[in-house]
Ligand binder design. Sequence first.
Ligand SMILES: C[S@@+](CC[C@H](N)C(=O)[O-])C[C@H]1O[C@@H](n2cnc3c(N)ncnc32)[C@H](O)[C@@H]1O
Length: 248
Amino acid sequence: MAIDASDHITETNRNAWNAQRFDAWVAAFGSPEAEAAKIVAEPERVLRRLSPYLGDVAGKRICNVQGSHGRVAVALARLGAELLVIDFSEENRRFALALAKAAGVTIDYALCDIMEADNLGRAHTFDVLVLELGILHYHQDLDRFFATMRKLATDRGMLLLNEFHPVQRKLFWADGPHDYFQTDLIEADVPNPDIAGASLGRCLYRFWTMGDVLTAIIKAGFTITRLEEHPDWTDSTIPGSFTLVAHA
Ligand SMILES: C[S@@+](CC[C@H](N)C(=O)[O-])C[C@H]1O[C@@H](n2cnc3c(N)ncnc32)[C@H](O)[C@@H]1O
């Protein structure tokens, strides 16, 4: 894909993720102070999908890739991990840093396109990379994305990917392509925690097959050690999400 097309897609998505996003999180979670109090009281609630795979995180260096509002990062920091969030939304960063402050922890939050993470000077720094729910469909070059993940991870570092299942997104999601093998970009709303609310903006998504995802991870030099598929939250007869563990 030409560089300018890829830049256009990234800018479209960045604009959508900056539109009224701080206010959207406040409407969904309450103020950063209110949400921080809940995370401090029960960090495991936020981490319930990740904890079974993570083990003890105290003292670990963790990168929360596209970590959004920072709830996962703050919960991990409360459990003693050292956190860097990488995300390109300033509004997300504002919420995350206020959340961390109110929770009494420090997290680092790099505002950048994840594809430029090489330039952060953090090569081979992280024991664990955490990627949660709604990551891969922002990218048009999955090989380059996972090559970037490999550069961030230490040797033997863990990649923990909890993601929407390709079958759910491609075949069953209302705005999806309804064709498992379709490769075109799809324009659809940026996630809005108020599902009945007005659109906060439009994103350009590229949905990947399970084969695309696994192949890109292996090509980047990771060894996959676990892949679990989980039932969809509304229709338990189809896969809704999956969790993949791999090591560099
Ligand atoms: C659906 S969220 C991630 C899930 C997160 N657990 C949540 O609940 O919000 C997707 C995140 O990816 C970020 N993002 C999308 N494309 C990106 C890119 N190219 N570089 C950095 N961040 C990106 C968005 O800003 C957003 O915070």
